[in-house]
Write a protein that binds this ligand. Structure first.
Ligand SMILES: Nc1nc(=O)c2c([nH]1)NC[C@@H]1CN(c3ccc(C(=O)N[C@@H](CCC(=O)O)C(=O)O)cc3)C=[N+]21
Length: 283
């Protein structure tokens, strides 16, 4: 058997075409969705993500401003910049690219963003709303993963979902969204004992570890859905996920590739959240 590959890139394109129409209609009503991205320092991986987001914003007809700050920026300076954007009525969404340099406390920065402009969905107020299943900005990668599963009508309710990785931006929130969809969720991480026993019972596997070839086909349950969130740059420059795609593809029913899988969906959900922010703020 060979799995059906879920191309996030194709779904992202379809969604962006719909979003472009919506943005056109909004503009006719005087609503001009605008995202401002702050990038501190010059991490090459961050730059690649920022340029992808820029292209996508242009496509849907949204304004996307980029503020580049030096690596030496202090926490106070960054908070001041965020406060200015919070008070700028033309800015609907604010994204501060993570990770930040060591002198800046990330949590403090996340909490400085107005929750109504927090299109990353990282502010504690928005996380709390997600946890209690209230409408809010969902974190973009988990939201993109959920949208991919739904696009293929993959059953979530009652299924065993195993999330490998427990970061605040991917692992924890994706598990929460799957729980909200009535999955039985298990989190595995670096201290998990006998991880293979959880993996082999997983109907849905979310792999967000950050290690190339972390998961191979032999570990997974036949017919599982495998979502690869890894973004690993190999020494030769190619991008690869956390899953050994070739072996996993032979056992899974559905699998996402890297590139062209989760990444393009992350960007698309960011645009979707920004459009939602603009609509909310126009009321
Ligand atoms: N505040 C914040 N929010 C984020 O959402 C955030 C962040 N910081 N920091 C970094 C990570 C990483 N991330 C990616 C998004 C898209 C691709 C993506 O589109 N990748 C393409 C390939 C791009 C390439 O070839 O370089 C793909 O998978 O097909 C990758 C990585 C968002 N992040």
């Amino acid at each position: 058997m060979s799995a059906e590959v879920i191309y996030g890139s194709e779904l992202a394109e379809q969604l962006r075409i719909e979003m472009k129409k919506e943005v056109t209609t909004l503009k006719e009503k005087g609503i001009h969705p605008k995202l401002t991205v702050i990038l501190v320092g010059d991490d090459p991986a961050s730059k690649s993500y920022v340029s992808g987001k820029q292209k996508a914003s242009d496509f849907v007809g949204m304004t996307s401003d980029l503020i580049l700050l030096p690596e030496s920026t202090s926490e106070d300076e960054l908070v001041q910049m965020i406060t200015k954007l919070n008070n700028d009525e033309t800015v609907n969404g604010i994204l501060v690219q993570l990770p930040l340099p060591d002198q800046i406390n990330e949590q403090k920065i996340i909490e400085a963003i107005d929750p109504n402009k927090d299109v990353d969905g990282f502010h504690p107020i928005n996380i709390g709303k997600m946890l209690t299943n209230q409408e809010t900005f969902l974190p973009c990668t988990p939201y993109g993963i959920l949208t991919m599963l739904k696009s293929k009508n993959i059953e979530i309710s009652g299924k065993n979902a195993v999330v490998i990785g427990r970061s605040n931006i991917v692992g924890k929130p994706v598990g929460q969204l799957l729980l909200n969809e009535h999955a039985t969720v298990t989190y595995c991480h670096s201290r998990t004992k006998d991880m293979e026993n959880y993996i082999k019972n997983a109907d849905i596997l979310i792999v967000a570890v950050g290690k190339a070839h972390f998961l191979t086909g032999e570990a997974i349950k036949p017919g599982a859905t495998v979502i690869d969130v890894g973004v690993n740059r190999l020494p030769n420059g190619t991008l690869t996920g956390d899953v050994d795609f070739e072996t996993a593809k032979e056992k899974a029913a559905y699998i996402t590739p890297v590139p062209k899988g989760v990444g393009p969906m992350t960007i698309t959900m960011l645009l979707k959240n920004t459009i939602q922010a603009a609509k909310n703020q126009s009321k």
